[in-house]
Design a protein around this ligand. Structure first.
Ligand code: PXP
Length: 237
């Protein structure tokens, strides 16, 4: 499995003091030097961590694959069409949430989703929808033309080590296989850490894991390079 590193929390720390440290581009470069598959950033409507200038600068880095997480809004579509990141992951967004709290309801806004992805696909941007492991959401995504889903692993991550883990894990695994039968490629992420990530190898053909919080948290103690290398080794199995 490939690893995409979400570096939003580097910007969270930087913004705490309003200056330039820690520098987000240095973080992206270190991840890139560890040979990760993507640098992921979420440009939120409220710009609480990543700013427009950050994504523009990361996009300009040579040989760096930018995966832009964004809400399904006209503003974000315009930014993505201008910036042309290698990939976008369309996520739900609520102003009050601490992080992305659930998958996007694609089924409930299918016409809008189809219209939204069309110009992005035309520009050869790889589109994924961040969804819960739910067959209705998967079949909705299969109608949009998007080649990827990213499965929300939050419920599994929270349940890890408890009596709820097996059910949450089997839901993920079943959803991945169901999506692959529709011809969709499957990424996964949210809440994955150095322990619970290991079971992702039991899910066939996962392409990429997007992981942020646990890597940046570990980087405080061992440095970013070491934290990324450790996670990459776990992803590669
Ligand atoms: N994937 C998506 C779509 C996300 O919104 C996030 C959180 O920004 C992640 C993956 C990474 O989650 P975490 O920071 O918990 O590893």
């Amino acid at each position: 499995m490939l690893l995409g590193v979400n570096i939003d929390h580097v910007a969270t720390l930087r913004n705490a003091r309003g200056g330039i440290d820690p520098d987000i581009i240095t973080a992206a470069r270190i991840c890139k030097e560890c040979d990760v598959a993507s640098i992921t950033t979420h440009l939120r409507e409220d710009r609480r961590h990543i700013k427009d200038a950050d994504v523009e600068a990361i996009r300009m880095l040579p040989r760096t694959r930018l995966n832009l997480e964004m809400a399904m809004t006209d503003e974000m579509q315009e930014i993505a069409l201008k910036l042309r990141p290698h990939a976008v992951c369309i996520v739900p967004e609520k102003r009050q949430e601490l992080t992305t709290e659930g998958g996007l309801d694609v089924e409930g806004q299918l016409d809008r989703a189809i219209k939204f992805v069309k110009p992005l696909l035309k520009k050869n941007i790889e589109v994924s929808f961040f969804i819960d492991p739910d067959v209705h959401q998967i079949s909705a995504v299969s109608k949009t033309g998007a080649p990827f889903i990213e499965l929300h692993t939050g419920r599994y991550s929270e349940a890890f080590g408890s009596g709820e883990e097996e059910k949450a894990f089997q839901d993920l695994k079943g959803a991945a296989i169901f999506a692959q039968n529709f011809g969709l490629k499957v990424n996964a992420g949210h809440g994955l850490n150095y322990h619970n990530v290991k079971r992702m190898h039991e899910i066939p053909h996962l392409v990429e894991l997007n992981i942020g919080h646990s890597i940046i948290a570990r980087a405080i103690f061992v440095g970013l390079e070491q934290a990324v290398k450790e996670m990459k080794a776990l992803c590669e199995g």
